[in-house]
Design a protein around this ligand. Structure first.
Ligand code: CP
Ligand code: NVA
Length: 305
């Protein structure tokens, strides 16, 4: 059975550990192996991207493979060709598909017709490659993952919140989500995270109040209040979120040595201040770098199945 990485809990806790160990090894020796020699990877983007696109393209080349980066909006997929037919054809040309798209059900359709691994490079619901890099960064800074408390503040129903819930609990972390009323995570994803947490010793807690959540937090995570595709959804994505801004005052109330993460791009002065982003608690540039290492590890792991 071909393995895909469509959402964070597609990896078991033991498998996630293998990928993170591999990511550490890849970072220490970036040109240490060519597991993609003779292989091609299509990386298809239906939304904008800087980090994901560049880190996959560089990473695939460093692993000895041929990256083919495509703007999905120019493919026949952008006209009337079905996702399944596109997938069948891709399986005849390349060895792995990396795809950034809208609804998760599109990603599931791509995987359902695929004979080769499909990697989720961001959907409306999940951003699992980002959270692998986040976990690598947290482990570098705190020396462990199990038992570490991470608090996400922002749109609890977006891809970063959902992926942190699933990926964090898979690693045995305590994940807290602070979101305004109406922006809470999807209940079925919370249930999946709670199930994972029960296996790993992690936990899931939801808050509407940042004051209560920040106490004892080792990792403060935020993201844009308006994700790609939500620009014109008619919802007020500013006033309910102002209280959740990651600023110096909030960071001062987290646990000693707490770090701040943001997947980027950041909207400086909105969800996070310059003072935090450019300050000593910020781990965001290492976090961005780790996209490269974590994705190389993931690709190496998937093609060796
Ligand atoms: N964090 C992230 O996925 O960035 P890009 O949108 O630039 O790829
Ligand atoms: N939640 C953001 C993440 C960007 C990397 C978005 O989907 O736009």
């Amino acid at each position: 059975m071909v393995r895909h990485f469509l959402r964070d809990d597609d990896l078991s806790p033991a498998e996630q550990r293998e990928v993170l160990d591999l990511a550490k090894a890849v970072k220490a020796d970036p040109l240490g192996g060519r597991p993609l020699a003779g292989k091609s990877v299509a990386a298809i983007f239906e939304k904008n991207s800087t980090r994901t696109r560049l880190s996959f393209e560089v990473g695939i080349a460093q692993l000895g493979g041929q990256p083919i980066v495509v703007d999905g909006r120019t493919m026949q997929l952008g006209r009337e060709e079905t996702i399944e037919d596109t997938s069948r054809v891709l399986s005849r040309y390349v060895d792995v598909v990396v795809w950034r798209t809208f609804a998760q059900k599109r990603m599931d359709a791509m995987a359902s017709a695929s004979r080769i691994p499909v990697i989720n490079a961001l959907t409306d619901e999940f951003h699992p490659c980002q959270v692998l890099a986040d976990l690598q960064t947290i482990e570098e800074r705190h020396g462990r993952l199990a038992g570490v408390t991470a608090t996400y503040l922002g749109d609890g129903a977006n891809n970063m919140s959902h992926s942190l819930l699933l990926g964090g609990t898979t690693a045995g972390m305590h994940v807290r989500v602070v979101a305004p009323e109406g922006f809470q995570p999807q209940p079925e994803i919370v249930a999946a995270a709670e199930k994972r947490a029960a296996e790993t010793g992690g936990s899931v807690t939801q808050f509407t109040d940042p004051e209560a959540a920040i106490d004892g937090t080792d990792v403060v995570v935020t993201d844009t209040w308006t994700s790609m595709g939500q620009e014109n959804d008619g919802r007020d994505r500013v006033s309910p979120f102002r209280r959740l801004q990651v600023n110096a005052d909030l960071m001062s109330r987290a646990a000693p040595g707490a770090i701040a993460l943001h997947c980027l791009p950041a909207h400086r002065g909105w969800e996070i201040t310059d003072e935090v982003l450019d300050g000593p608690a910020s781990a965001v540039w290492d976090e961005a770098e780790n996209r490269l290492h974590a994705q190389k590890a993931l690709l190496t792991w998937l093609v060796s199945r």
